[in-house]
Design a protein around this ligand. Structure first.
Ligand code: GLU
Length: 223
């Protein structure tokens, strides 16, 4: 199954993300990675175990970030195919569990519009779609992206210079761990229990924007 995590708060995100990923190892995975957002986005990822990533990763400074353990469905387990996936500008990063069924059509279309793909994954279309639709409003860009993609997904998106995370789910689990001026996102409750036991379960078609002190969730397609 694999896993997905996110953190937004005032602490350094990287050690929290790596710890949360370690708690999701029971779900199985072939690769893992994290992205931390500040004025830009720094990532560290590879086809290795979480413990090895903890040793290999340089310190990535920032208090907003996302992490992923991958179970490859499209593209072999490799550094390039590991998540997070960036857009062309390197200012948007996405982690995704699930499968985007119509990614080939979307990839062709985005390529013809000038987007450059570097991985073999279905997931990378999400980063480029967010890039295409982003005009300063992450929620709007995520909403437009969800209208284009078909399939199953738990998604977390981070954008450089924004202390917020975009989330969405369809047929793939996603929960929010509510902290004190910090919030956590994960595939499953054990990931966040070192930090909080206040949990909110997202439902299919939920879309949301999470900051350190706010959680805004609504159903995709509604205002
Ligand atoms: N389909 C995506 C990939 O192959 C996500 C797999 C997953 O759920 O880990 O990268």
């Amino acid at each position: 199954m694999c896993g997905i995590v996110g953190y937004v708060g005032s602490k350094q995100a990287q050690p929290i993300l790596l710890n949360c990923l370690g708690r999701l190892e029971y779900r199985g995975y072939d690769s893992c990675g994290v992205a931390v957002s500040s004025n830009n986005i720094n990532t560290c990822k590879d086809a290795i175990r979480v413990a090895a990533l903890k040793k290999a990763a340089p310190p990535l400074s920032g208090t907003t970030g996302i992490g992923h353990t991958r179970w490859a469905t499209h593209g072999e387990p490799s550094q390039i195919n590991a998540h997070p996936h960036l857009d062309c500008t390197g200012h948007i990063a996405v982690v995704h569990n699930g499968v985007i069924n119509n990614f080939q059509k979307l990839k062709q279309q985005l390529t013809s519009e000038g987007h450059k793909f570097i991985s073999e994954t279905d997931t990378e279309v999400i980063s480029h779609l967010i890039e295409k639709y982003y005009d300063g409003y992450l929620e709007k860009a995520l909403e437009a992206t969800l209208s284009d993609i078909e399939g199953s997904y738990a998604i977390i998106v981070t954008v450089a210079c924004e202390s917020k995370l975009g989330v969405a789910r369809k047929n793939t689990p996603l929960i929010i761990g509510i902290g004190d001026r910090e919030n956590f996102i994960a595939s499953d409750v054990p990931a966040i229990l070192d930090y909080t036991d206040r949990v909110m379960y997202l439902e299919d078609d939920d879309i949301g924007i999470i900051t350190a002190d706010s959680i805004k969730i609504r159903r995709h397609g509604t205002e």
